[in-house]
Design a protein around this ligand. Structure first.
Ligand SMILES: Cc1cc2nc3c(=O)[nH]c(=O)nc-3n(C[C@H](O)[C@H](O)[C@H](O)COP(=O)(O)OP(=O)(O)OC[C@H]3O[C@@H](n4cnc5c(N)ncnc54)[C@H](O)[C@@H]3O)c2cc1C
Length: 549
C-alpha cells in the first residue's frame, strides 16, 4: 500500500478472525486437568465467534459510544433509563446465549462452572466491560436462594439464554439480569458504615417487605432487572431484593443520579443512585446481610480472577502477533533475545493465571466435597488478590511490546489501551487487594486449611527444590499467621506455590521449571523480561503463540 509520500510497510496486520479457543493451548491443557470429561464443543463455538471481525467491531463500538443516562423524558417525567449503543446489546446477547450469566446453575453436569469459567475468559478477550452485569447475574444465585419465593419466580429468567433488555415485569420477560448495591459514599470495604435504611412494610408472597431510603455510591449496570442491596433494618445490616419494576408493573423508587466517569470499562454503565422509598424484600436472615450478600461477592471474585486471566491472554496474544510481524534492526522482534525474554515471562504469568483461575472454578463445581469447599474458600481471595495485582503490570509490559502503537487509541482500535484501562478495576472492585489478603487470614483460621493446602501442593512434591522449600515452610507460616502486616506476602506466596503445583500438572516441564526458578527460586528480576538465560524460550513461546499448532 502506498501513501502520497511513502510506502506503508513493517506495520503488522491486526489479530482478527482467529479461533480464540483452538489457539489457546494453556487454556485447553488447564481444562484437561480440571475437567477431563468436559465436552468443549461450546467453547470451540464461542472461541470462533469471539475472534471474528464482526464481534471485534461490536466491542470497539460499544466502547467508543459510551452509555448515556436519561433521567427524564421530554415531558419532565423521571424515566431513569440508560441508553446503549446497539453493539452493547449485540455483545450482551452473545454472552447470554453462551450461558455466561446464570446458566451454569441450571446445567446438569459436574463441570458446569469450569465450562462457564473458560467461556468467561474467552469472552473477556472480546470485551470485558459488558461482563459486569453478566458476572453479577451469574453470582447472584447462591445468595438469592435465601428467599425461596423470589428465587422460584426469578430463577428461570436468570438462567434463560435469551437476552431481553426491555424494562418490564420479570414475568413478561424472556430473560433477566441482576446487579448488587453495597458501596456507599462513607464506606465500601467497611459496609458496616452503610446508612441506607429499610423500614418494615408488611408481608406478601415474596416474604418480608421493606421500604428503602438512602443511596449507593457505586451501582453498576443500573439497567439490570433487580439488585441485591444492603440496608439497615431494625435488626441491623440486611440483604434485600430490589426489583426495578414492581409486581404490579409500576417502577420502583430507584433514581439514577448520574453515571460514573470511569478510567476504563467504558461500555458498561456504573451509576450513583438514590432509593426513594423503594420496595424490597428480605433475603436470608434480618441482620445477617453481610454474609448473605458475600455469597454473591464470592462468585464475582472468581470472575475478577477469570477476567484478568482473559485480559492477560488477550494482551499476550496481541503482543506475540505484533512482534512476530514487526522487524527492528534487521530481525523480527520475536526473534530478538531480549524481547523473547519479555514475551516468555509474560507467557508464564498468563499461563499460571489461567491455571489458578480454572482450578478455583473446579472448586465451585465440587462444593459438596468438604475439601473442595475449603479450597474454594482459600483460593478465592488468593486468586482475586494475586492475579488481579499482576494484571496492570502485565498490561503495561504487553503494551510496550507494541511500542508507540500500543499506547494509541485510534477510535477504539487500540485494544491494548482498552486492556490497560480495564486492568485495575478487577483489583479494586469487590474487595480491593488488602481486603482480599485480610480475607485470606480469615480463611486460614479454618481448622483444615493448612492440611488442604498441603494436599493441594502434594502432586508436585519433589519436582522442584524451590517449590519443595516453599511448600514445607507454608504450613507453619499459615498456622503462625497472626499479623495483618504480612498478609500480602503470605497471599502472594500461597498463590505462587499453588500456581507452580498446577503448572506441574498441566504445562510442559520447560514452563514449570522456568516458573519455579523465577517466581519461587529467586532467579528473576523485578520487571518482566528478567528470566534466566537458561530458560527454554522456544518451548515457552511456541506454546503461547495464538496460532493453530
Ligand atoms: C467501576 C466500578 C464499579 C463498581 N461497581 C460496584 C457495584 O456495582 N456495587 C457495589 O456495591 N460497589 C461497586 N463498586 C465499588 C467497589 O466495590 C468499592 O470501590 C471497593 O469495594 C472499595 O471500597 P471504597 O471505594 O469505599 O474504598 P475504601 O473502602 O475506602 O478502601 C480504600 C483502600 O483502603 C484499603 N483498606 C480498607 N480497609 C482496610 C484495612 N482494614 N486494612 C488495610 N487496608 C484497607 C482498601 O483495600 C482500599 O485499597 C464499584 C467500583 C468501581 C471502581
Amino acid at each position: 500500500m502506498t501513501d502520497a509520500t511513502h510506502e506503508v510497510f513493517n506495520q503488522p496486520e491486526p489479530l482478527v478472525d482467529y479461533d480464540l479457543f483452538e489457539t489457546n493451548r494453556p487454556l485447553r491443557d488447564a481444562l484437561r486437568l480440571n475437567a477431563p470429561q468436559l465436552d468443549t464443543a461450546p467453547l470451540a463455538r464461542l472461541g470462533r465467534l469471539a475472534g471474528t471481525s464482526e464481534m471485534q467491531a461490536h466491542a470497539r463500538l460499544a466502547n467508543t459510544h459510551a452509555p448515556e443516562l436519561r433521567t427524564h423524558d421530554r415531558f419532565g417525567r423521571r424515566i431513569d433509563e440508560v441508553e446503549f449503543h446497539p453493539s452493547y446489546h449485540a455483545l450482551m446477547a452473545a454472552a447470554v446465549e453462551a450461558g455466561l450469566h446464570g446458566s451454569a446453575w441450571a446445567d446438569n453436569h459436574g463441570n458446569a462452572h469450569v465450562l462457564r469459567a473458560a467461556g468467561f475468559m474467552l469472552f473477556t478477550e472480546l470485551e470485558p466491560s459488558i461482563l459486569c452485569p453478566i458476572s453479577m447475574t451469574y453470582a447472584v444465585t447462591p445468595a438469592l436462594r435465601g428467599n425461596d419465593a423470589v428465587f422460584r419466580d426469578w430463577a428461570p429468567g436468570l438462567t434463560s439464554r435469551s437476552y431481553d433488555p426491555a424494562l418490564r415485569r420479570w414475568s413478561d420477560k424472556a430473560g433477566v439480569t441482576m446487579g448488587m448495591g453495597m458501596t456507599e459514599k462513607q464506606g465500601g470495604s467497611d459496609v458496616r458504615a452503610n446508612t441506607t435504611r429499610a423500614e418494615p412494610d408488611g408481608r406478601d408472597d415474596w416474604g418480608e417487605r421493606y421500604r428503602i431510603t438512602g443511596h449507593k455510591w457505586f451501582f453498576s449496570a443500573p439497567m439490570c432487572d433487580a439488585f441485591l442491596v444492603l440496608a439497615q433494618t431494625p435488626s441491623g445490616l440486611s440483604c434485600l431484593f430490589l426489583p426495578r419494576v414492581l409486581p404490579d408493573g409500576s417502577r420502583n423508587g430507584i433514581a439514577i443520579q448520574r453515571l460514573k466517569d470511569k478510567l476504563g470499562n467504558k461500555a458498561n454503565a456504573s451509576s450513583e443512585v438514590e432509593f426513594r422509598g423503594a420496595t424490597a424484600w428480605l433475603v436470608g436472615e434480618e441482620g445477617r446481610g453481610v454474609p448473605q450478600i458475600l455469597e454473591m461477592g464470592t462468585m464475582t471474585r472468581l470472575d475478577c480472577a477469570l477476567g484478568t486471566s482473559g485480559l492477560m491472554r488477550q494482551a499476550l496474544s496481541i503482543a506475540l502477533h505484533h512482534t512476530t510481524q514487526r522487524c527492528a534492526f534487521g530481525q523480527r522482534l520475536v526473534e530478538q533475545p531480549l524481547m523473547r525474554n519479555v514475551l516468555a515471562d509474560l507467557a508464564l504469568e498468563s499461563e499460571a493465571s489461567t491455571a489458578l483461575s480454572l482450578r478455583l472454578a473446579r472448586a465451585f463445581d465440587r462444593r459438596g466435597d468438604a475439601r473442595e469447599a475449603t479450597m474454594a474458600r482459600l483460593l478465592t481471595p488468593i486468586a482475586k488478590f494475586w492475579i488481579c495485582k499482576r494484571g496492570s503490570h502485565f498490561a503495561q509490559e504487553a503494551m510496550e511490546c507494541l511500542g508507540g502503537n500500543g499506547y494509541v487509541e485510534e477510535n477504539g482500535e487500540g485494544i491494548m489501551a482498552r486492556i490497560y484501562r480495564e486492568m485495575p478495576l478487577n483489583s479494586i472492585w469487590e474487595g480491593a487487594g488488602n481486603i482480599m489478603a485480610l480475607d485470606l487470614l480469615r480463611a486460614l483460621r479454618k481448622a483444615d486449611a493448612a492440611a488442604a493446602l498441603a494436599d493441594e501442593l502434594s502432586p508436585a512434591r519433589g519436582a522442584h527444590a524451590a517449590l519443595d522449600r516453599m511448600a514445607s515452610a507454608l504450613p507453619a507460616r499459615v498456622e503462625q499467621m497472626a499479623t495483618e502486616v504480612e498478609a500480602r506476602r503470605l497471599a502472594q506466596d500461597v498463590a505462587l506455590a499453588v500456581q507452580a503445583a498446577l503448572l506441574h500438572q498441566s504445562a510442559p516441564p520447560a514452563v514449570f521449571s522456568a516458573f519455579c526458578d523465577s517466581r519461587l527460586g529467586g532467579d528473576w528480576g523485578q520487571a518482566f523480561g528478567t528470566l534466566s538465560a537458561r530458560c527454554d524460550f522456544d518451548t515457552i513461546l511456541q506454546r503461547a503463540l495464538p496460532y493453530p499448532a
